[in-house]
Every structure is written in C-alpha cells, then in structure tokens.
Design a protein around this ligand. Structure first.
Ligand code: NAP
Length: 483
C-alpha cells in the first residue's frame, strides 16, 4: 500500500498530533528516532537495490549512505536525550531589586509541523528520512515530506519502514507523513497554514521560488533552503611548488566523486599558473570513467553549464568530457581560466552541478585576495598551503567572511555528521546563514524560545521546574549547571 497522502490529509494528521509530539519527554522522543534507525538498518539490503536502480549511484556508496542516515538519526537521539538544545535559562525572582525582577524561565519549544523537501543527490541521507527530517523530529515537530521525484519507489519504501517503526514504538500516525512528488503538492504544502516551517535541499531556482511562497503567505513562516555553492580551494605558491601534482590529483578526485553531484564539490581550484598542476589534473581526469547522473534534468543542466563555459572565449578546455548517449553517462570536463577573467565575469563563480571544475590560474598571489573578496556565499572554502605561507593570514579572514566551513589541506566533499559540523553559509549557499542542515545544531532550526514569567511550578514544563526533574543542562542566575 502506498504511503502517499493528500496534502489535506497529511497536514491534518500532522496538526492533530503536534501537541502530543511536542509534549513527549526526551527519552521517549529519542527512542522513536532510534526505533526508526534500527528499522532502516535492518532493511538496508532491501533498500539499497531500489536506490541503485533509481539513482544510478553505486552499491557501496548507497550502502554507506544508509549508515550515514541511521547515524544521523542516532546523533539526533543523543542531542534530544542530552537536552542542551532546549537552551534552558532561569533567572530567580529578585523582589527587593529596583525595579523588582520577576521569576523568568526560558526554553525553546517546537515550531509545529515542518514540510521537508527531499533532495535528489542523497537518496537516503538528504531525502525522505535525511538530516532535515531527523532534526525536525528531534525538535518535536511532526514532519510532512515532499519526496524527490528522482527516487519515488525508494521514498515510498523508506517511508513505510519509518512509519511502521513509529507505530510499533507507540507513536500515533501523523508524526511522519508524505505527500506525492508532484510539484503542486509541494506548493500546496508550503501554502498550508498548518505548516510552521520548511526545509529544502535543491536548486537555487526551486529554493527561491518556494522561499518566496513561504514569505508571501498571509502568515509567513521560516524557510531553510540549502541551495548551492562553488566551494573554491586556494593553493598558495609554496604548496604548489612543493606538491602541485598531488594537489591536482586530490582536486580531481573530489570534484568527480559521485559524478560531481555534491553541493560541496570544489568548483574552483585557484592556483599559480603551473604546467605540473595542469598536466597532473588532465592525466587524473582522463582516468575517470563515465558516470550516470541522477536524473535526465540534472544531466541536461550539467551539459548546459559545460556548454556555457566552453562558449566563453577566454576559458580554455583542458579536458573535454561530454555525454555518451549509448550508455547515458557523462565524462568529466576540466577548464582553465586566468584569474583576471574570473574577476571580470561573475558567471564563472556560479555552481555547475556535475563532474566539472575550473582551474583558475593566477600570476600574482594578490589575485587570490581579490578573488576571495568577490566570492558569493559558500558552504565551504579551503586553502592548500603551509602554515607560514605569506598569503594565509590575509586570505583566511576573507574565506571566513564568505563560507560556513573553512578547510585546511583537505577537500570539501565529505561532510561529517557531528556536534561541531556547520553545513550552511551566506546566500546562495543557503537562505538562512545562521543555521546548519547537517550536525547536531540542525535541530535549532525547528525550535523557538519562550519565557515563562512568574509561573507556578505545576504550570511550568518539567525542564524549567525547580530541582531540574529532566536533568538537562541549565543556566541558573548566569551560571551554567550541567545537570
Ligand atoms: P530541484 O529542481 O530544486 O528540486 C528539488 C525539489 O523541489 C523537488 O521536489 C522539486 O519538485 C521541488 N521544486 C523545485 N522547484 C519548485 C517550484 N518552483 N515549486 C515547487 N516545487 C519545486 O532540485 P533537483 O531536481 O534535486 O536538482 C536540480 C538541481 O538542484 C541540480 O542540478 C543542482 O544544481 C541542485 N541541487 C543542489 C543540491 C544541494 O545539495 N544544494 C542537491 C541537489 C540538487 P519537482 O521536481 O516536482 O519540480
């Protein structure tokens, strides 16, 4: 039986259980997340073949992604059990003060039903049961998923497993529901007054259209869009001289991974003009086999992006890729372009999803600083260098000004799911730069603070009562108490 509901059914069900779910104690809610994770792990071998068939990503990658997905759910369970995310702060009454201070107690409460737009490029980890769903459920918000049209059978199978696990663990229907993958269902969902926030991963165009809808509602709601990023890596002259060829190989490995279908793909390598770097990069790209892309629309957008760059006269094609119609696979494309051309043409700083990247060549290291100044908002940016390289001190603050994550001698593609991860950044990386969609802090998007003033103990939520019955970390009269 299909798990798909109409928007009306899904929103009504989510609204009906929202208070019950918001009131669940922390161990109960954590237990629900773990129950879903256990069920997903148990079903892994049934789910992976469906994902392979629909996404054309490999068995190993997708098997690993199930582990990432259940790891995210379990990290969120830890976040919930610990309770620090509630941000509890207590100021005891000071009746003798002038003016008298009332008893004030603040904590964060769930927003209510959240709409999650599943991504195409991580059929498990950013999709139906991905990081957005896990963090909204952790916050105490029912979730209505708009599945990605790229993998409908997998979305249905994953949703069935999660719903059954929730039911078996005692949760009412409505905590997690799904509408169809039709465009109109997504629009209706964002416009539905019962939805309190939206999380989205996908294109800039789609994300902005939906963000506008969320803002134009009679009662606007928060929209958390993770859109796209060009993720530049800057190579210092010293690092290029020392290990230019191995940097070039690392870069090719990173931008061709998963057919370049990562929002963290390094789309620019900014390096000194150097034949060794060129030669190593061309050789490495030549060794990358053709890969299938997620959907024909994503493939066509990629080929269009490659064509647009090829048409710019000062852009040199170092390695021509293209599309093999017989196998429906694409081969990686490598461009080189002088730094001053990029400075004059902001189109070259735009993301192109898929296996291609630009080698931006500078003659003077100062051009790196000029480029860093004109960068758009980024999920990640990095330096390949040595600690005492002259440019590093001036370059790093500029990267911090534009990116949510800055890397040293690494590649941005992998995004660890941890307590300290920041996966966000200024527009166009996201529509909400103060937030992250990966890691423990992802839960913060779906809660809002409330202060209780002069409230009797019996009316307060347990986390705010005297004696700290939930044992959560709290700040009391300015001092942190761990429990
Ligand atoms: P997409 O086209 O933005 O679609 C994502 C979701 O949003 C789908 O469910 C889509 O539904 C919906 N949607 C898009 N535009 C909409 C609109 N105007 N109104 C209502 N719903 C809308 O993303 P995609 O198909 O996954 O990939 C396309 C491009 O997105 C890629 O080429 C890449 O540039 C970018 N992308 C970025 C990331 C990232 O991590 N930031 C991940 C994946 C993709 P319909 O399909 O029914 O329109």
């Amino acid at each position: 039986m299909s798990t798909v509901m109409s928007v009306e059914q899904a929103c009504a069900a989510a609204k009906e259980v929202a208070q019950w779910y918001a009131d669940t104690d922390l161990p109960t809610r954590a237990g629900l997340l773990e129950a879903i994770a256990d069920a997903m792990d148990a079903a892994r071998d049934d789910l992976v073949p469906i994902a392979v068939d629909e996404s054309r990503l490999g068995v190993d990658r997708l098997t690993g992604e199930v582990g990432r997905t259940t790891g995210q759910l379990r990290l969120m369970a830890q976040v919930v059990r610990e309770g620090a995310y509630l941000g509890v702060v207590l100021d005891t009454a000071l009746p003798e003060a002038t003016p008298p201070r009332p008893d004030l107690r603040r904590m964060r409460v769930p927003l209510g039903p959240v709409a999650v737009f599943a991504a195409s490029n991580f059929p498990f980890a950013f999709s139906t049961l991905g990081g957005d769903t896990a963090s909204a459920l952790a916050a105490g918000c029912p979730v209505v998923v708009k599945p990605n049209p790229g993998h409908p059978r997998l979305s249905d199978a994953v949703m069935a497993i999660a719903q059954e696990a929730l039911r078996a663990a005692g949760a009412p229907d409505g905590v997690l529901t799904m509408v169809s993958h039709e465009l109109q269902d997504g629009i209706d969902l964002v416009n539905d007054d019962r939805i309190e926030a939206v999380a989205f991963t996908g294109s800039q165009r789609g994300g902005l259209a939906l963000a506008r809808l969320a803002a134009d509602r009679p009662r606007p709601i928060p929209f958390f869009g993770e859109l796209g990023s060009v993720n530049p890596i800057f190579v210092t002259p010293e690092a290029a001289a020392d290990r230019g060829a191995s940097i070039a190989e690392g870069w090719v490995g990173s931008f061709t991974l998963g057919a370049g279908q990562f929002c963290t793909k390094p789309g620019l390598l900014i390096a000194p003009r150097d034949e060794a770097i060129r030669a190593a990069a061309v050789a490495a790209v030549g060794g990358v086999a053709g890969q299938g892309m997620l959907t024909s629309a994503i493939r066509d957008a990629f080929l269009r992006g490659v064509g647009e760059r090829t048409d710019i006269s000062s852009v040199e094609v170092l390695h021509e890729g293209g599309w093999d119609a017989d196998t429906d696979t694409v081969r990686a494309t490598l461009f080189a372009v002088p730094a001053d051309v990029v400075l004059a043409d902001p189109r070259l700083l735009e993301e192109c999803f898929g296996p291609m990247s630009l080698l931006v060549e500078y003659d003077d290291p100062q051009q790196m600083l000029a480029l860093a100044d004109v960068l758009p908002g980024l999920l990640a940016a990095g330096v390949q260098g040595q600690e005492n390289d002259a440019i590093v001190g001036d370059l790093m603050p500029k990267l911090v000004a534009h990116a949510g994550r800055v890397l040293w001698n690494g590649w941005p593609t992998g995004v660890a799911v941890t307590w300290s991860m920041q996966h966000g950044g200024p527009f166009p990386a996201t529509t909400a730069p103060a937030t992250t969609s990966v890691g423990a802090a992802a839960v913060d998007r779906f809660v809002r603070p409330v202060t209780w003033q002069g409230m009797p103990q019996s009316v307060l939520p347990p986390a705010l009562r005297d004696g700290n019955p939930w044992g959560v970390p709290r700040r009391v009269d300015g001092l942190m108490e761990l429990s």
